[in-house]
Design a protein around this ligand. Structure first.
Ligand code: ZN
Ligand code: FE
Ligand code: FE
Ligand code: ZN
Length: 279
């Protein structure tokens, strides 16, 4: 089994293509499942420039995913996911939204430390204004709290704070251990997210130190490209498959109606996997 559970579309305003475009690409690559995981609508116009509206969720996203699932039945499984932000104060709204909709999985993401959208290039200068070790500690602690929120099935890109190549100056062993223990205790999966290879840091999320802790604690792992264009579906999945062999015993987590199971990973021909250039 091989799946891509982390994809976006033009609905997020910083992506391209329709759900159907992503499914056709996944089908061409020979994936077994493709999941749509558009950025969740949020209350009070929160970060509305990077996400669909609630109205678009209802009138476009939800029906497009359902129609694709129906259209491709018997060839590829189309899963209905969502990438939900963990942001203080919005938890009740997010909880209600998730409860009211039939997702196959919910990916939980930390994209903000306080008000700071730390993975947004527009606010890159803020790294220079802060202590990098404190930023890393705050990040891992926030991810741990996101795991404990009970909202999510999969913890996204769990070292996203490295995106632009900033590295801590001291060991992050303890905060990483605490984060991974929280994820394990809540019975969540993490993802190997290959989009980091297309960013300045040039490595998948998470890196080897976190993956080693995941292996030791037997944290289940799933897979996503975080594609924002259809040609990024399955990007660098040969690299990801090797990591799943090394750190997840050759198993991958798959989801249906928010039920998880671990199944053996299926390797495709290396040539099938695109390696889009960084942008
Ligand atoms: Zn996005
Ligand atoms: Fe994200
Ligand atoms: Fe994403
Ligand atoms: Zn993401």
């Amino acid at each position: 089994m091989i799946v891509d559970y982390h994809t976006h579309t033009a609905l997020c305003k910083h992506g391209e293509g329709t759900v159907d475009d992503y499914v056709r690409r996944a089908l061409a690559l020979g994936l077994d499942e493709i999941g749509a995981s558009e950025h969740i609508p949020m209350p009070d116009r929160f970060d509305e420039v990077h996400r669909m509206t609630l109205e678009q969720y209802t009138s476009r996203y939800a029906p497009e995913v359902s129609e694709a699932a129906e259209r491709y039945k018997g060839t590829i499984a189309v899963r209905r996911g969502i990438e939900a932000d963990f942001y203080a104060g919005t938890e009740p709204w997010v909880r209600d939204f998730i409860d009211e909709n039939d997702f196959d999985y919910v990916i939980g993401s930390v994209h903000f430390l306080g008000e700071w959208g730390f993975d947004n290039p527009v606010f890159l200068h803020r790294y220079e204004e802060r202590d990098i070790d404190a930023t890393y500690e705050q990040y891992f602690d926030t991810v741990a709290r996101s795991a404990k929120s009970g909202l999510f099935d999969i913890i996204a890109h769990c070292d996203l704070v490295k995106k632009f190549g900033h590295r801590p100056t001291k060991s992050m062993r303890d905060p990483i251990q605490a984060m991974m223990e929280a994820i394990k205790k809540e019975n969540l999966a993490i993802e190997i997210n290959t989009s980091g290879l297309r960013k300045p840091v040039r490595e998948p999320y998470p890196g080897p130190e976190i993956l080693a802790v995941a292996r030791q604690l037997q944290v289940p792992i799933t897979l996503g490209s975080d594609a924002h264009t259809p040609n990024e579906v399955g990007a660098d999945f040969d690299v990801a498959a090797a990591l799943l062999e090394q750190y997840a015993g050759g198993r991958i987590s798959v989801f249906e109606k928010r039920q998880r199971k671990e199944v053996p990973i299926r390797h495709l021909r290396n040539a099938a996997f695109p390696t889009p250039s960084a942008h």
